[in-house]
Design a protein around this ligand. Sequence first.
Ligand SMILES: [Zn+2]
Length: 197
Amino acid sequence: MAILNMRLVPDPILRKQAKKIGKILPALKRFTADMVETMHSHNGVGLAANQVGSLQKVAVIQIPDMEEPLILVNPEVTRREGEREVVEGCLSLPGYRGMVKRSVKVRVRALGLDGKVIRINAEELLAQALEHETDHLNGVLFIDHLVSPDSLWKISDEPDEDDDDEGGDTDIPAMTAAGPVQTGETTGPQDSAQSPA
Ligand SMILES: [Zn+2]
């Protein structure tokens, strides 16, 4: 497995629409394993393929209470319900947090690596992660959902590109709506699946 290079805003690949995956090949399994490792190494809870330079329509998610990562091939949000405001960050925009509008509940349809259909009904952090990652695959970033133009703030002075000693590189949240969270971080890659975003 390998840690993949993170694409950062304003890399144009982050604005591209991912291409639907036709056949699930062994290379995809290796790639998603690398995505999971990359997500863990950045203490993120989700990662979409274009964030690591691929336009395949695939994302991985692992929120703190999940034992195994969720691998989502061709994910689509099929239903959204309600609206809420939550704090969010993104591995492709390290050092920033924003207050964004998200759905209260979402329903997602995807395929697993075994080709079987996965249907997920989610709320809270998982719903947020699902919206965030399916957005990525449509070329949409969390900064497109800011509640107002000034609801994006910097949490770190180092606009670094390879993060590891800076608190702001998580994909997605700061755990639900608690406000900007600055972790001390530098927990190593997946020292536990529990490490928060
Ligand atoms: Zn992101």
